[in-house]
Design a protein around this ligand. Structure first.
Ligand SMILES: [Mn+2]
Length: 356
């Protein structure tokens, strides 16, 4: 079964020919954003299978700039996929890169120099993608809710039958990025059916993803993040929450959105740079601006000496480590003013004092 072509800039055949044309013994490295989530890891493992199948004379490695997240680890372990994941120090062996599920060079952390200095292909679905311009091959479709679907498109094009556990992993990648199918469309279901017909285990994928255990550190981060957050309004209607934490930003932001924030920002301070993560409620995306998180982070990056981007509802920026919380707030105000919104304080919270 081959899935229909209905998407943008998905040059499946060109990608396959590019891989086929490489000399025996060439080292291909598949990589993804730092702290890789299940969609990134599933895409990488799927691409590795594909490359091994269309050109078995190549050597293919998965290289992570800064490891993979706990859920991805749990998936690999529970599915019995013994994937050796190399670190950035091993990047010197890579002749070519395939970058999956990644939208900016900064998301590649310590690998960004290695990737930039070599030919690379990109397989991605983020709304804003800054890596495409320089990529030699691209499978890019911002309308796909997961990168795993793009990888399935490749696998189905070459009529491959990947091992069952890899199919299950790809199903998990789709479930994770579509928020358990909330963001799915008919093409997503086509991809799932393809994977299931070939032996992928839907039940297993969803049960591993739902069995997430929350660590004590994560619980503390969420509670701290909530208790020190500042609350603001946009045109006296929408609610914005801003906070800072040491780590676990995505869990903190999820809790803020679930508690009622329309836009939530979390700042995590690091030595080299500060990381700002943004999440947006579905309601705001639908009624006001479908790409606001990507726009905010891009603006923060440009204005505060860094780089930002991502999805409309979830995005991140790395900004200058010296930028203070007050400056972040000022830039946020500017951003919203440029969009016709007035940002007002509802309750200042402790974040301005505690984040610097
Ligand atoms: Mn993804």
């Amino acid at each position: 079964m081959s899935l229909g072509e209905s998407t943008q800039r998905v040059k499946v055949e060109e990608f396959v020919d590019w891989v086929k044309g490489k000399k025996a013994g060439t080292d291909f490295c598949v990589t993804f954003h730092r702290n890789a989530d299940p969609d990134a890891v599933a895409s990488a493992v799927g691409v590795k299978e594909l490359i091994n199948s269309v050109n078995p004379s190549l050597r293919v490695h998965v290289v992570a700039p800064e490891g993979i997240n706990l859920l991805s680890k749990a998936l690999l372990t529970k599915l019995g996929i013994e994937e050796v994941i190399l670190g950035p120090k091993d990047a010197c062996l890579c002749n070519y890169f395939v970058v999956v599920d990644t939208s900016t060079l900064s998301q590649l952390g310590d690998l960004s120099e290695s990737v930039r200095s070599r030919q690379y292909a990109i397989i991605d679905h983020h709304e804003v993608n800054e890596l495409i311009a320089e990529a030699v091959k691209a499978l890019y479709d911002p309308y796909r809710p997961s990168a795993s679907e793009l990888v399935i498109r490749l696998l189905s094009f070459v009529r491959m039958r990947p091992p069952r556990e890899v199919l299950t992993l790809l199903i998990a990648g789709i479930l994770f990025d579509t928020k358990f199918l909330k963001l799915a469309d008919e093409h997503t279901f086509e991809s799932l059916i393809w994977a299931m017909k070939l032996g992928g285990d839907y039940q297993k994928a969803q049960s591993i993803l739902s069995s997430k255990e929350v660590s004590r550190a994560e619980k503390i981060a969420v509670l701290k993040g909530l208790s020190r957050s500042g609350l603001y309004t946009l045109n006296k209607e929408w609610l914005v929450a801003v906070t800072c934490v040491g780590s676990n930003e995505s869990s903190v932001l999820k809790a803020l959105i679930e508690a009622g924030a329309d836009i939530a920002l979390a700042i995590a301070r690091r030595k080299e740079h500060n990381r700002v993560s943004v999440r947006v409620s579905k309601n705001f995306l639908k009624q006001v601006n479908p790409s606001v998180a990507a726009e905010i982070t891009k603006y923060l990056g440009e204005t505060l000496g860094g780089e930002g981007g991502g999805h409309g509802g979830a995005a991140g920026a790395l900004i200058n480590a010296k930028a203070t919380s007050k400056e972040v707030l000022k830039v946020l105000k500017e951003f919203f003013e440029s969009k016709g919104f007035k940002l007002r304080v509802l309750e200042e919270g402790r974040w301005l004092r505690e984040c610097d």
